[in-house]
Design a protein. Structure first.
Length: 277
């Protein structure tokens, strides 16, 4: 299925363009329950996760093997993400921190917040653990288990060779394929950003990827897709702010108009769960 097509560096956020694999827009919830989120936030869908997605294996920040099947019985929000993104993902992380804090404060039960890396080659367990510690993370970060092909940056900034190859993990790819994520190896900015985990080391490639969020119900059915980049309000963790490139620093001062907020995500989760969270 294809939902969102957004290269996070330059192009604008796209709205859901096609619904396939039998996914259709569905009506609002029962009268008296949480209201279905506006189409300005995203689209309601009804697509059971296939076994290939439920059983895709990931590693969490503690090195535990995890899968979406482990989370059946929970309302789950899934967000594409990588720890070395210098312009959009820090705001995604900021929103997820606020979202999880609200869920915890309200003692919401049977809910799970998961960021899945679209850069499994660099985002090993040590890195996602360090990132979560750095931001004082309260949500789960997963990276694909098993072999990941070596990323090869593009030779040129534009044209036929503008997209690189590699950074493909079979488990991550199963989820990406079903949810319609776009993730490609692209040329690193000039000047190159440096690794927050190894400040002396310059990055050699970047990952262009989809934004948005996906909410799965307790039965393992995808029910809502947020179709925009994050709109963040608040103060970023100092280390994340330092890592921002010029685009990211502009966004810090001018939050993305029409982007998804923690309230949007919470409302979508409540609608999917059928109760206020």
């Amino acid at each position: 299925m294809t939902f969102i097509t957004r290269n996070f560096k330059k192009s604008a956020v796209g709205v859901a363009a096609a619904m396939c694999f039998g996914l259709l827009a569905v009506p609002a919830g029962a009268s008296g329950g949480p209201t279905q989120p506006s189409t300005k936030v995203g689209v309601a869908v009804n697509g059971p996760l296939p076994a290939s997605v439920l059983d895709a294996k990931f590693l969490d920040q503690q090195g535990n093997v995890v899968s979406l099947r482990n989370l059946l019985g929970q309302t789950v929000i899934i967000v594409p993400f990588l720890t070395l993104c210098p312009d959009t993902c820090p705001f995604t992380a900021g929103n997820l921190l606020q979202l999880q804090s609200r869920l915890t404060k309200d003692k919401a039960k049977n809910v799970w917040v998961v960021a899945i890396s679209v850069d499994p080659y660099r985002d090993g367990v040590a890195r996602i653990k360090a990132y979560r510690s750095m931001i004082k993370g309260n949500f789960a970060i997963w990276t694909g288990q098993g072999a990941t092909t070596v990323p090869v940056p593009p030779k040129n900034a534009s044209g036929a060779d503008s997209v690189g190859t590699g950074d493909v993990n079979a488990n991550t790819a199963a989820v990406e394929s079903f949810l319609g994520w776009q993730a490609q190896i692209v040329k690193e900015d000039t000047p190159a950003s440096v690794d927050w985990m190894a400040p002396h080391k310059k990055l050699t490639y970047d990952v262009s990827h989809s934004d948005g969020f996906f909410v799965v119900n307790s039965a393992g059915t995808l029910r809502f897709v947020g179709t925009h980049a994050p709109q963040f309000h608040g103060d970023l963790v100092h280390q994340l702010y330092k890592f921002l490139n010029s685009d990211g620093k502009y966004t810090a001062k001018h939050p993305t108009k029409g982007g998804w907020t923690p309230t949007d995500a919470l409302n979508a989760m409540s609608w999917v769960a059928g109760e206020s969270l």
